[in-house]
Design a protein around this ligand. Structure first.
Ligand code: C2E
Ligand code: CA
Ligand code: CA
Length: 329
């Protein structure tokens, strides 16, 4: 079947130059005869939805136990997410950002963890993609922001040292016209200086309405909220987008660091990208720095800030409070 579909689409695509047709096909093998027709069709549709995730190529997916387990898991997550939010099970962890020049902690990134009542921890790779699809991510992002605002309020009142904290805002927020206003309102209602909050916007947001995105970014920056582009270089954007948007910081995706280990020439790319971004006036942060060798290599560049396991993994907020109070260069 797949051969036939591939042959059909390539024939169509060569006949119609701008066609770009791809077929998504789902199959379900009938073994129990007592299932209803509706059930059988639903399973084939589940398989087709899975096939559709690969938009670019003609894909055939057979509904099997792996897919069944994945869908069961998704349904269980969807079934418990609203309650989990109510019960404050989405917690923000903080990972320090360290200045290359001074070795001081100059910021932190808030990363969500789902901590269930029995203390099992669910990591973002298990639910972010699903929440992006069903839209729930926007509520999780606001829950993370609220936790950070509460933390900063408490720390400031106790005269503890604080650093700007960046919060991830999914591209789904930009579907909402009032996003920028709503976010700013939350910060000002909490009475937190806007300079202490940074909005991380993933590179993939640039696939949507670029005008709205650029307006939102300007709205934040005019009011003192910093903005960074996350996962830069991970594949969605063109370099030209750097001309269209005005952000403070570019966060280079951690694959740049990963490539350094095993791909000769990767260091040339890293060095030149950093140089280019600095010449354009951005602050540059590199993610995923794990070793002393990587740090030393970056010290020879103009990279401003690093974030990675070399300094620390993301940690619960109480631990982070101790970490910055005791941090020594
Ligand atoms: P991200 O925003 O690129 O976050 C950095 C990820 O890299 C984090 O994974 C962090 O734990 C991990 N990381 C940091 N340093 C190192 C390192 O040295 N080596 C390696 N191998 N990994 C490192 P995490 O926390 O699992 O988050 C994964 C992704 O989930 C995030 O990638 C972000 O896209 C998403 N995410 C996490 N929290 C939130 C959130 O509150 N809202 C939204 N919208 N997305 C979030
Ligand atoms: Ca991020
Ligand atoms: Ca990132």
């Amino acid at each position: 079947l797949k051969c036939f579909l591939v042959e059909f689409t390539s024939w169509q695509n060569s006949a119609y130059k701008y066609g770009g047709i791809a077929i998504s096909c789902g199959l379900f093998k009938i073994s129990e005869t007592d299932e209803s027709v509706a059930y059988l069709i639903d399973r084939a549709v589940d398989a087709k939805k899975e096939a559709k995730k690969n938009k670019a190529d003609t894909t055939v997916v057979l509904f099997d136990t792996t897919l069944m387990n994945a869908l069961d898991r998704e349904r269980s997550i969807v079934g418990s997410m609203v309650n989990a939010l109510k019960k404050h099970e989405f917690k923000a962890f903080l990972q320090p950002k360290v200045s290359v020049k001074t070795g001081m902690v100059v910021g932190a990134e808030a990363l969500v963890r789902w901590i269930k009542a029995d203390n099992t921890v669910i990591y973002p790779d298990q639910f972010i993609e699903l929440f992006e699809r069903n839209g729930f991510i926007t509520r999780v992002d606001y829950a993370v922001l609220d936790t950070i605002l509460d933390y900063l309020t408490d720390a400031i009142s106790k005269k503890e040292p604080v650093v700007p904290v960046s919060v991830n805002f999914s591209r789904r927020h930009h579907d909402n016209e009032d996003f920028a206003k709503q976010l700013y309102e939350r910060i000002s209602e909490a009475n937190i200086p806007p300079e202490l909050i940074e909005a991380e916007i993933t590179e993939s947001s640039f696939m949507g309405d670029i005008n709205r995105l650029a307006n939102n970014i300007d709205y934040f920056r005019e009011r003192g909220v910093k903005v960074s582009i996350d996962d830069f270089g991970s594949g969605y954007s063109s370099l030209n987008m750097l001309i269209d948007v005005n952000v403070d910081t570019i966060k280079l995706d951690r694959f740049f660091m990963k490539n350094l280990e095993d791909k000769p020439g990767a260091d040339i790319i890293v060095k030149h990208i950093i140089k280019m971004l600095k010449d354009m006036g951005f602050e540059v942060l590199i993610e995923g720095v794990e070793t002393k060798e990587q740090l030393d290599m970056l010290k020879g560049t103009e990279c401003d800030v690093i974030q990675g396991y070399y300094y620390s993994k993301p940690m619960p907020i109480p631990e982070f409070r101790k970490y910055i109070a005791e941090f020594k260069v």
